[in-house]
Ligand binder design. Structure first.
Ligand code: ASP
Ligand code: MG
Length: 401
């Protein structure tokens, strides 16, 4: 079997933990498998390097930032190879460039364009354990790039894809994906399997475990992905293609997103082009609009509400306050949150959304906005009821069973 393992920052956070990873990797190799290991920088290292740079200027050049930040992962890759060699294993460490990872030239947020796997394949053929520094590649011109925060997951999935690995295991300090955040609901259960699409919808749960872009790529390349912990031998969660047995489960998870704010526009002229103008102006400022609701107009005007990430509210406010026609009033609220119920079973079962509304109604929680997709129902409610709503929904859909 050919497997790709990826170890995150906490898993390689100090020398003992690197040794622990070396032992885990050695075991896989000794069992007769081929293995490629992708590593993150030691925890805190990337942030430390960013702090160093911003000591001199708040806006360091992105090209030099890539030069700087890519070093963190190279340190871990080299140390892990050295640790394995000290145990008598043949291991080789590669930078992203040496591993053949070619990206575009959007520094600090580059996209992988292609991978030339020859160097990795040759090393595997020679029986070596290949260790690759995650989070980085190079442009066609040979400049170092990085792939955005959390980008080592993306490196691992892309490498698993190009090498046609049997599976890609992403190791962190969490042993899988849970039905909800265990800090909110201690009865949360670890899921054995989940579909790529559900995983993407549960992103705020998975963010600490899996980077979103990597899940998208795993889906595209059909990479069998596991989320596991490097601190125990628990089973982990398999993230894979949707199958029929998944549809029997109505709801896979419930998730709370506190990073939301709401904009309400009152007395918006009910005529063509207004929504287009509003949302174009917001888009031009790179503001990510999530939910949008608009009422049926009465007397030639209507109300329009939408949500944005909390960090973008000030920006959205600036844009909207400059809007000097066809809106009578507006308000801004960042004391809201979004609770979502996610499950592929919704596609084939009616009444999932109605049940969520009943659950919130029973606790007298007012729903301010609703949006749905094939596999998700999201509701905007007052921030102070977020945790309560999650616990009620978790129980109502029997996720603790
Ligand atoms: N070290 C990088 C970061 O902190 C990449 C990664 O760990 O995946 O974002
Ligand atoms: Mg990570």
């Amino acid at each position: 079997m050919l497997v790709v393992h990826k170890y995150g920052g906490t898993s390689v956070g100090n020398l003992d933990r690197i040794e622990n990873v070396a032992n885990r990797v050695a075991k896989v190799k000794a069992a007769g498998n081929d293995i490629v290991v992708v590593v993150s920088a030691m925890s805190g290292e990337t942030n430390k390097l960013i702090d160093y740079a911003t000591h001199f200027t708040p806006n360091p050049a992105k090209k030099e930032m890539d030069m700087l930040l890519s070093s963190g992962e190279r340190v871990t890759a080299a140390l892990l190879a050295i640790a394995l060699q000290s145990k008598g294993f043949d291991a080789v460490a590669m930078s992203g460039r040496q591993a053949g990872i070619v990206t575009d030239d959007i520094h600090t947020y580059a996209r992988i364009e292609s991978i030339n796997p020859a160097a990795m394949q040759n090393a595997i053929k020679e029986g070596k354990i290949v260790i690759v520094a995650g989070f980085q590649g190079m442009t066609k011109e040979g400049h170092v790039t990085t792939l955005g925060r959390g980008g080592s997951d993306l490196s691992a999935v892309a490498i698993a894809g190009v090498l046609k690995a049997d599976q890609c295991e992403i190791y962190s300090d969490v042993d899988g994906i849970y039905t909800t955040d265990p800090r909110i609901e201690p009865k949360a259960k670890k899921l054995d399997t989940i579909s790529y699409d559900e995983m993407l919808e549960l992103s705020s749960l998975g963010a600490k475990v899996l980077q979103n872009r990597s899940v998208e790529l795993a889906k595209k390349l059909n990479v069998k992905l596991y989320a596991k912990s490097s601190f125990n031998d628990n089973e982990g969660t398999l993230i894979t293609e949707e199958n029929n047995s998944m549809e029997e489960v109505l709801v896979s998870g419930v998730v709370l997103d506190k990073n939301q704010a709401r904009v309400t526009l009152r007395g918006v002229s009910d005529k063509p082009g207004i929504a287009a103008e509003i949302f174009t102006k917001l888009a031009n400022e790179n503001i990510n609009v999530d939910m949008i609701i608009q009422n049926t107009g009465t007397d030639g005007s209507t109300n329009l509400g939408f949500t944005v990430p909390q960090s973008e509210l000030a920006n959205a406010r600036r844009v909207m306050e400059k809007f000097d026609h066809d809106i009578q009033g507006m308000d801004f609220d960042d004391h809201i949150c979004k609770v979502s119920v996610v499950g592929v079973g919704m596609k084939s079962h009616a009444g999932v959304a109605a049940k969520a509304f009943r659950v919130l109604a029973a606790s007298n929680i007012n729903i301010q906005m609703i949006s749905t997709s094939e596999i998700k129902v999201s509701m905007i409610i007052d921030e102070k009821y977020g945790e309560l709503a999650i616990r009620m929904l978790h129980e109502a859909y029997e996720l603790d069973k």
